[in-house]
Design a protein. Structure first.
Length: 177
């Protein structure tokens, strides 16, 4: 009996170590291929998304502005927590050549339902699951949400942030050209 307990303990320890190792590998920062986010930023302007109400949202329509793109989902608590802050930022800065765009990495029906109770003043595009790959191509190494990128008025990728934006981030980004 004692021998069996030792065996079970050894197996449990090995499984725990293997699980910890797998988690460490998955969530550790991985190198981004040099130039990859910049190439993705160039092609970003050719993308089109459907809006929750079925209209077309071409990213090219925002060229010439500072554009804050926020990847979010209705099932992501930090995402929905930061959306009112982003909406306020947009309202305060829309006349200053600054645009906010939300790209929902979610089901269209969930986004429509969520927006009915908490409407946003900035445009929202339906990125779906492909939004995860798009965010990774822009430098989101883990594919986590929320993730924000800021493009300058000439289209270059200026900033990336994984996690909730802060008022300090927004104050910095409001000064960009």
């Amino acid at each position: 009996m004692k021998r069996r307990n030792m065996l079970y303990g050894g197996v449990a320890t090995a499984a725990g170590i293997a699980g910890a190792g797998a988690a460490w590998w998955k969530f550790q920062p991985h190198d981004v291929v040099a130039g990859e986010p910049e190439r993705a930023a160039e092609s970003f302007w050719n993308l089109n998304f459907d809006t929750p109400d079925g209209k077309n949202l071409p990213m090219s329509s925002f060229r010439g502005k500072v554009v804050l793109v926020n990847f979010w989902a209705t099932w992501c608590p930090p995402c929905v927590e930061e959306l009112p802050l982003l909406d306020y930022f947009y309202q305060e800065n829309k006349d200053k050549n600054i645009q906010v765009v939300g790209l929902a990495v979610d089901q269209p029906s969930a986004v429509r339902t969520w927006l009915q109770s908490k409407p946003l003043n900035f445009p929202v595009g339906m990125a779906g699951l492909a939004g995860t790959e798009l965010s990774k191509s822009l430098g989101n190494q883990t594919g986590g949400l929320p993730f924000s990128v800021v493009f300058g008025a000439s289209g270059q990728l200026l900033h990336r942030k994984l996690g909730q934006v802060s008022p300090e981030d927004l104050a910095l980004w409001a000064k960009l050209k």
